[in-house]
Design a protein around this ligand. Structure first.
Ligand SMILES: [Zn+2]
Length: 169
């Protein structure tokens, strides 16, 4: 079978930004609950948060992260791990209700060599997928268009969350 890659040209800003920015965007977002929409933080619970990836691989790409700034699962308590799993479940549920993906990639990258953009604060990627989505995004996708889409989808997921009483932690 032919290998197909998701085409996400807007990610270059993120990759270029990695070198320039110091600090942890997850902890920065956690520190400012009053800016949750601005920061695209969808949910926060005692042990974890769910926020949009600003540089998504696909529409609705969410990040589930522990509140605790740790690099790996071994540094989390049972309660913290359970919270991550529950929020992953609820993220999938909200996305299913809001944008009806055909499938998901859910995964973690540990270490830069494994593709982690923020290796010091672990997180789970929840990436919605659609049949044939490898080629539907046009090369001329503009970052502003994507950003607007992020806030539209944020509001859509926030509405679904309220209706369905999510997260159910
Ligand atoms: Zn952090």
């Amino acid at each position: 079978m032919e290998r197909q890659n998701l085409w996400a040209p807007w990610r270059i800003k993120y990759i270029q930004g990695l070198a320039a920015s110091s600090g942890c965007f997850l902890c920065q977002a956690l520190a400012s609950p009053e800016k949750d929409r601005e920061n695209l933080v969808l949910w926060r619970t005692e042990h974890a948060l769910v926020m949009f990836n600003r540089y998504p691989y696909s529409n609705g790409h969410l990040l589930v992260a522990p509140v605790k700034h740790v690099a790996g699962l071994s540094e989390l308590s049972e309660a913290q791990m359970l919270s991550l799993t529950r929020l992953t479940r609820d993220s999938q549920r909200a996305l299913e209700l809001a944008i009806k993906p055909h499938g998901f990639n859910v995964g973690m990258n540990f270490g830069r060599c494994a593709g982690a953009g923020l290796p010091e604060h672990m997180h789970i990627h929840v990436v919605p997928r659609w049949s044939g989505d490898t080629s539907f995004m046009p090369i001329c996708s503009d970052t502003n268009v994507i950003s607007q889409g992020l806030y539209e989808l944020y509001d859509q997921l926030a509405e679904v969350s309220q209706k369905e009483n999510l997260p159910q932690t």
